[in-house]
Design a protein around this ligand. Structure first.
Ligand code: HEM
Length: 243
């Protein structure tokens, strides 16, 4: 019997698939990414080094590289929310492909290469430098593998590598949550830090830069593994009903 042809853009009604309002993380994720860019980007659009939030490390290419990094990083983070949204991917496959090219070639690739330079010359010390260079390298590698997998039409692997890439993109938001560490570590100022406030601030920044992306990557791995357990496979195949 002939199988009816299906256009790549057609939307098939699949009763077992959760609908867009059953993904409670999509809305908060999009709001978070837009809020982050609204707060982070404007000072760098002025091209005025005096408005940079990163102190000058005394290396001339640092500021232009930082501006390129922030602008392209903003493209990557704004696009990332749409790319991982299952409803958007299924409903608008052409837009998913177009935004995917923006994510890789106008976002991660230039932002990651510039991130390598600003990371290696960071004024925040050697611990932050190593963390930033590791993060930029993993960001570039996961994204390029994800892109290659899509080109080869190996979509299951494409999805796994791009989830890792987006976890690293979003890790930058976690990076800024140093305030939580401040609350935890401040009471130890006189004991662990011998009253040295600079040491306390430096330690918080160092822990923050490492925790941001390692935690994010671990959460992504846990999320990917969750899809591999027999229990989850059973729930998916029965549309959430117990067999
Ligand atoms: C995931 C890989 C990333 C790496 C390795 C990275 C690395 C860096 C580095 C090294 C700096 C300079 C500060 C320092 O020396 O520590 C910086 C600053 C900055 N990055 Fe990234 N970044 C990444 C992703 C992103 C993304 C996705 C955005 C999204 C907008 C972003 C936005 C910024 C901003 C706004 C600054 C300036 C600091 C501020 O104004 O708060 N970065 N980044």
């Amino acid at each position: 019997m002939a199988v009816p042809a299906r256009s790549p853009n057609s939307v098939v009604s699949e009763p077992n698939r959760p609908r867009w309002w059953q993904r409670p993380w999509v809305g908060p994720l999009l709001v978070l990414t837009f809020a982050f860019v609204t707060f982070s980007l404007p000072p760098y659009l002025t091209l005025d080094p005096a408005r940079s939030r990163v102190p000058d490390p005394g290396y001339a290419p640092h500021y232009p590289m930082l501006v390129a990094h922030v602008i392209c990083g903003s493209v990557a983070i704004l696009v990332s929310g749409f790319q991982v949204w299952p409803w958007f991917r299924r409903r608008h496959p052409a837009a998913h492909r177009r935004l995917g090219r923006w994510y890789v070639f106008a976002g991660v690739l230039p932002a990651g290469l510039a991130g390598l330079v600003v990371g290696a010359t960071s004024p925040f010390g050697p611990v932050a430098r190593v963390s930033n260079v590791m993060l930029a390298t993993l960001w570039l590698i996961t994204t390029l593998i994800g892109w290659r997998m899509a080109r080869r039409r190996r979509f299951a692997e494409h999805r796994r590598w791009m989830i890792r890439s987006v976890a690293l993109t979003l890790s930058i938001v976690l990076n800024r949550l140093g305030g939580v560490l401040l609350v935890v570590l401040s009471p130890r100022l006189e004991t662990s830090f011998h009253g040295d406030e600079t040491l306390l601030t430096q330690t918080i920044a160092d822990i923050g830069t490492w925790l941001g992306w390692t935690l994010s990557l671990l959460i992504a791995e846990a999320w990917l593994e969750r899809g591999r357990t027999p229990r989850h496979a059973e729930l998916v195949s029965t549309g959430g009903r117990r067999a």
